[in-house]
Design a protein around this ligand. Structure first.
Ligand SMILES: [Zn+2]
Length: 386
């Protein structure tokens, strides 16, 4: 498994980092790492484990204070960057680089763990490149992206590459059963349905609403018997995504606004957000609101995209049934629907439908209105009544 090889490389590097420090030098440590792998392959987890190995006196024992602080993200020398908008801009990047250049407070290294580094804009990437070309002696950059190609070649060539692969179903089920105490049958179902995506498998195993949403999505192919049904299915899918995104972002928004009000002070009366904020507060609030709006948009698109991936998996299963391929089916739990659709259509139909879903994903990524993109997809998925 790619994970084990990656872990061995990282352990060696962390040990080498400790040796270098014992010799009193910080040079020689690789200051920029690029963790790549499909979503759910555990890129961020690997980067965190590496950080723990750098901070922990025992190379990442998993039990000490340092390891714990890395795991919960509270270690003062670890900065985790999680772009909240569709892109990460140059202003944020410059601020980040300044912070990253500071001396470590507790240990020997300062680590910046940049999740979704592929969301850095071109300007941001150029700023980042300068920072990793001439790194402060104690700073280590850990960039995470789906594949090396998602990063500018000049950045890529200066990073040490750690490649993770999608883990097999059995491995994901094992993790769920042993670490999360999920019953074996549920672990197996969730791992299979999530196709190696660890986070998603965990959510499916532990969250009943996530399972209900998947059910709703997988009931779509069967329901698309007329144009009216197609339009309605699209509406439902977009509405569900909006609700979920709203639930996710509401919690974050509230705590951020509370924090901002603590920084800028607030009047004791009045409900209006602007009321009582001291000078500078209004501008900061406007900035925050813009960021929150952009995050809401991104979350909604991400939720729709996750549903589309469930649909792709479903039609890929239809194709496998049509070809009589003996492979593991992600939608085994919808076996009757798979068989019906496999009989009622040709492999060409199925491929055309998969294309329609992929086209919808691209259109969503390029800012087409979700309702329009999804509706034109469901119409392409339309099938005769069985
Ligand atoms: Zn430890």
């Amino acid at each position: 498994m790619g994970q084990e090889r990656a872990a061995a490389t990282l352990r060696r590097a962390a040990a080498a980092g400790a040796d270098l420090l014992a010799g009193g030098r910080g040079a020689g440590m690789t200051h920029a790492w690029l963790f790549t792998g499909p979503p759910g392959s555990g890129r961020e987890e690997a980067a965190r484990a590496f950080t723990a190995a750098l901070f922990c006196p025992d190379q990442g024992c998993g039990h000490c204070d340092m390891c714990h602080q890395v795991a919960v993200g509270s270690h003062p020398d670890l900065e985790i960057v999680r772009p909240q908008g569709l892109s990460y801009g140059i202003k944020d990047t410059r601020r980040l680089i300044l912070r990253a250049a500071g001396a470590p407070t507790l240990g020997h290294w300062r680590v910046v763990l940049f999740e979704d580094a592929d969301r850095a804009t071109e300007g941001a990437s150029n700023a980042l490149l300068k920072a990793i070309e001439e790194p402060p002696p104690r700073t280590v950059w850990l960039l995470c992206a789906p594949s090396p190609d998602d990063m500018m070649i000049t950045i890529r060539s200066r990073c040490r590459l750690v490649t993770l692969v999608t883990p097999p179903t059995a491995a994901v089920a094992h993790v769920l059963a042993t670490r999360e105490n999920v019953p074996p049958a549920m672990a197996e179902f969730a791992a299979r349905a999530a196709q190696g995506h660890i986070d998603r498998a965990r959510r499916l195993a532990l969250d009943e609403e996530a399972r209900a949403r998947r059910e709703a999505v997988l009931s779509i192919p069967r329901s698309l018997t007329g144009v009216g049904e197609c339009v309605m299915a699209a509406e439902r899918l977009v509405k569900t995504a909006e609700d979920e995104a709203a639930a996710v972002t509401a919690v974050l928004n509230e705590s951020e606004i509370t924090e901002l009000r603590q920084v800028y002070g607030e009047g004791s009366t009045g409900k209006g957000l602007n009321r009582g904020l001291i000078r500078g507060g209004a501008g900061a609030l406007k900035d925050l609101e813009d960021r929150q709006k952009s995050r809401a948009t991104r979350t909604k698109r991400d939720v729709i995209d996750a549903s589309l991936l469930d649909l792709v998996a479903f039609y890929r299963d239809v194709l496998a049934v049509q070809f009589g391929a003996h492979v593991e089916l992600a939608s085994e739990d919808r076996r009757a629907d798979l068989d019906d659709l496999a009989r009622a259509s040709t492999p060409e139909d199925t491929l055309r439908r998969i294309d329609a879903i992929m086209r919808c994903r691209r259109r969503l990524a390029s800012n087409v209105s979700p309702q329009m993109a999804v509706e034109s997809m469901t119409i392409s998925l339309h099938r005769p009544r069985l």
